[in-house]
Write a protein that binds this ligand. Structure first.
Ligand code: CP3
Length: 344
């Protein structure tokens, strides 16, 4: 079996020759070839130039035996056509100067036409697909409504999510209006990526772990269900909720063919909880890649044991790869996964 179809087969819970593996945020600063391009361009320039974005998408595929590429873009790109000014400040991450705090702010957000206004993403997808030429599948992605809503309300990263929770608990109608609008935008954005040719899509709900169970159920779950129901069923969907192991049953209920598991929990218990009718992705602690080769091997072996050799496991990190990660350790993770999971 070639690298070209192992990943898709695992997403569909079909038998594979060995466990497929890719890494969240695999196109990024830990790669010298990425840093070389980054030295000449801003991050947003890189996202908005299809030739550069397609090249960066392919970089980890050239270097490693990974089983999938993920389009180089960012979850915050839809903000610009919505009328939200987004900046990436050096060392500080994303900053929004005009955060969304009131019903008037929500009403002033523009509905977007993703195929037209984010056409640079669609062009990058088509170019990356040409370059990949079927060698490995290409993943498209979007942030989930909760995570995007938090960025819009907080104006950047946050520790306590105080502003977002204030809106949620004090003005629930404003919160729900914002979530509905984001849901419609994300459905359009992911369907446009599918039309452009991506073979799998992943939802990143990076911040949803900030919520307790009752709040997820009331303020997120209905929107997340509508979102997933609206996405074309022609490609598998991976639903990743970070730091959300206390929400796994509801994340699963919201939908997805594969559930992404963060590094904080045991993959075996998580799979049992979500049910073996779903695929599972994860979940090596990205910080494990700062350990010795032996340590990485040991942890990979343990995760593979937790799957009980069932079909439908995609190996990944339990969150994005860290910028200082030694490349040879990323390689060790990928090669060990293949070597230790060979089916006989
Ligand atoms: O996975 C990939 O390789 C594809 C590219 C990708 C990026 N961002 C590129 C990027 C993906 C899938 C993302 C998703 C993303 N973006 C998430 C969800 C994933 C997660 O980790 O939970 C989030 C929360 C963001 C928002 C974002 N973008 C932040 C907070 C930052 C700054 C912090 C940081 O990591 O630097 C970014 C910038 C960003 N997005 C970079 C890259 C490669 C770094 C830009 C640079 O080179 O300076």
């Amino acid at each position: 079996m070639s690298r070209s179809n192992r990943f898709i087969k695992a997403c569909r819970k079909e038998p594979v020759d060995c466990t497929p593996v890719w890494m969240m945020r695999q196109a990024g600063r830990y790669l010298p070839e990425y840093r070389e391009i980054r030295a000449k361009h801003s991050f947003l320039e890189m996202c908005k130039t299809p030739e550069l974005a397609a090249e960066i998408t392919i970089q980890p595929v050239r270097r490693f035996e990974i089983d999938a590429a993920i389009i180089f873009a960012d979850i915050l790109l839809p903000f610009d056509p919505m009328g939200i000014k987004l900046e990436f400040a050096e060392g500080e991450g994303p900053i929004i100067r005009n955060p969304v705090r009131t019903m008037t702010d929500v009403r002033n957000l523009k509905q977007i036409n993703p195929a037209a206004q984010l056409d640079y993403v669609m062009k990058a997808i088509r170019l990356a697909l040409e370059k990949l030429n079927g060698f490995v599948p290409l993943i498209g992605f979007s942030g989930a409504p909760f995570t995007l809503a938090c960025y819009l309300i907080e104006g950047g990263s946050s520790r306590s999510y105080q502003q977002a929770k204030t809106m949620m608990f004090k003005e629930p109608q404003t919160w729900h209006a914002l979530m509905e609008q984001l849901t419609a935008i994300i459905v359009g954005y992911l369907n446009a990526q599918i039309d452009a040719g991506v073979q799998v899509v992943q939802l990143f709900d990076s911040w949803v772990g900030a919520l307790g169970r009752e709040d997820y159920k009331e303020f997120v779950l209905p929107h997340q269900k509508n979102l997933i129901a609206g996405i074309e069923k022609t490609v598998p969907l991976i639903h990743f909720a970070n730091n959300a192991n206390h929400l796994l049953d509801m994340v699963t209920e919201a939908g997805g063919d594969v559930i992404g598991i963060d590094w904080r929990c045991n993959l075996g218990s998580a799979w049992k909880e979500i049910g073996y009718d779903k695929g599972i992705q994860g979940n090596l602690d990205p910080a494990s890649l700062f350990g010795t080769r032996e340590f990485i091997r040991k942890r990979v072996k343990e995760i593979l044991e937790h799957t009980g050799n069932r079909n439908g496991h995609i190996m990944n990190l339990g969150h994005g790869i860290l910028p200082q990660t030694p490349i040879e350790n990323a390689e060790e993770f990928i090669n060990t996964t293949h070597a230790l999971s060979k089916r006989t």
